[in-house]
Design a protein around this ligand. Structure first.
Ligand code: BG6
Length: 484
């Protein structure tokens, strides 16, 4: 299979916070990979802007280091790296003062697409937006890219939206949720809307329940200060898991077009029902085998922030009324595994009387790792002695099915940054979508705080707290094993 790379137009991309962790780990290596793939015209310019008083050579050295560290060896070609480094510029800038803005302006070219990546603390968004305007650096075609966290509740998200809206129109604002850039997440739309097979069964009449799992093996790893103010609900559910839920539950958009897709996702979020506290289980990993527990990692021995959360969610609409969606995510679990499992109802009547082995069909979409799909179907167990049934997998690994191309799955940021340059907002969150997500999330967080209960402890390397099992057992259902 031949990979189709369509070069984007020449651009000037300014990365505010260019010496920070996200830029080093994700943004710059992703840009390099797209350059290596031939998608970025060499006349494009990537301008690092940050507080550090370093020179261009230092910045190039930093980027070269990031490439060595985060780009796989097969893509590290010295000539290509050298050419990539020549696209870089650096400006030491003060987001709240006047230093550096003149220099930044001098790097902007009239004919190039202009984009500004705000890879900085949200408190600086307003200052940056304001200065980009007062220095006349951002014209009305310019795009800005903003990272999560987009607010910490509805009120702060609204304030951020208002700040950005005072300088940019909605069509210029690209709010990143990197889950939407993952190939397998986009694939959810392809599977649903490019196949007739699933759609007729994709509703409460045929689906018993849906499980969405995002399990991680890492802890909070030096991000304790941020994480302790967020917790799994803000860090993962309000954004990434909400997006997965939207893509699974939404109606077919009339076209694969930014507003058509986002309108449908918004309807899902608005149909989300308030969640009862008894349908929520919060957990915290404990210390084990010399490794610190969550409170130590967070730097607060008394922390009540959850590093795990499981919840049962309902949608009040025609398609899904009565089908629960069970969501769970957590740190330091037994495996890194993200998947969506759709469990169908049993056939209305069995012609096989009490044939042993009867199970429901399950469609599992593995998002990472081992990206692929698995449909569990019933067949007859071979051999004499009557009709015995056995459940077998129709298993597909995307890597195997797609050959070489399937094995080379691009990082989410590669796709998203190129979409910014192309001016395609389909995989970015609209302001009203983010606000609706917070409007649903806020009472869940407030309810937990009001209750004041400590999160349930769980062992690192386990599947989470015992109580999470009960959340499903109570309904006569079971979580799938967390495994790679
Ligand atoms: C981030 C969260 O947005 O997503 C992290 O802040 C989390 O806590 C990460 O680890 C998970 O992303 P991925 O791509 O590794 O699944």
């Amino acid at each position: 299979m031949v990979s189709r790379v369509i070069p984007v137009e020449v651009f000037d991309l300014v990365i505010f916070g260019a010496t920070g962790d996200l830029a080093r780990r994700k943004i710059l290596p992703s840009l390099y990979r797209r350059f290596f793939a031939g998608q970025i015209p060499p006349q494009s310019r990537i301008v690092g802007a940050a507080r550090s008083e370093i020179g261009l050579d230092d910045f190039r050295a930093l980027v070269a280091g990031a490439i060595t560290e985060f780009v796989s060896k097969d893509k590290r070609d010295p000539e290509v790296i050298a050419a990539f480094l020549t696209t870089l510029e650096y400006v030491a800038i003060d987001a709240r003062g006047d230093t550096g803005w003149d220099a930044l302006k001098s790097h902007m070219r009239k004919e190039a697409t202009r984009a500004f990546y705000f890879s900085v603390a949200p408190e600086l968004f307003g200052d940056l937006a304001e200065r980009l305007h007062s220095w006349r650096i951002a014209h009305h075609h310019a795009r800005i890219v903003v990272e999560k966290p987009f607010g910490r509740d509805l009120e702060t998200a609204r304030a951020l939206n208002a700040t950005l809206a005072s300088h940019f129109t909605e069509s210029q604002i690209y709010r990143i949720d990197h889950y939407l850039g993952k190939e397998t997440v986009q694939n959810l739309m392809a599977v649903r809307f490019a196949n007739l097979l699933f759609e007729p069964l994709w509703n409460a009449q045929f689906v018993d329940h849906v499980q969405i799992t995002v399990a991680e093996t890492v802890g909070v790893e030096g991000r304790g200060a941020y994480y302790d103010k967020a917790g799994a609900m803000r860090d993962m559910v309000q954004n990434h898991m909400m997006q997965l839920l939207c893509l699974i539950a939404m109606e077919p958009p009339y076209h694969f077009d930014p507003d058509a897709v986002r309108d449908e996702k918004l309807k899902v979020i608005k149909a989300l029902q308030p969640v009862f506290q008894e349908d929520i289980v919060r957990g915290q990993y404990r210390a084990a085998a010399g490794a610190p527990g969550y409170p130590e990692d967070a730097g607060d021995p008394d922390s009540r922030t959850e590093s795990y959360i499981a919840l049962k969610v309902h949608l009040a609409n025609w398609r899904w009324k009565g089908t629960p969606f069970y969501l769970r995510t957590g740190k330091k679990l037994r495996a890194r595994a993200s998947e969506i499992a759709i469990t169908f109802k049993e056939p209305p009547h069995s012609i096989f009387d009490d044939a042993p082995g009867w199970r429901e069909n399950v469609l599992v979409i593995r998002l990472q790792p081992n990206e692929g799909m698995n449909l569990k179907v019933m067949i007859k167990e071979p051999g004499p002695g009557g009709m015995r049934l056995v459940q077998v997998p129709l298993d597909m690994s995307f890597a195997e099915a797609l050959g070489e191309e399937g094995a080379d799955i691009p990082d989410a940021y590669e796709r998203l940054i190129m979409d910014v340059i192309r001016g395609n907002q389909t995989l970015f969150m609209r302001g009203d979508e983010v606000e609706a997500a917070w409007a649903w999330t806020d009472p869940i967080i407030a309810g937990g705080e009001e209750q004041g209960e400590r999160p349930r402890p769980y062992d690192p390397g386990s599947s989470g707290p015992e109580d999470a099992l009960m959340l499903m057992h109570r309904d006569g259902r079971r979580w799938r094993e967390i495994q790679q």
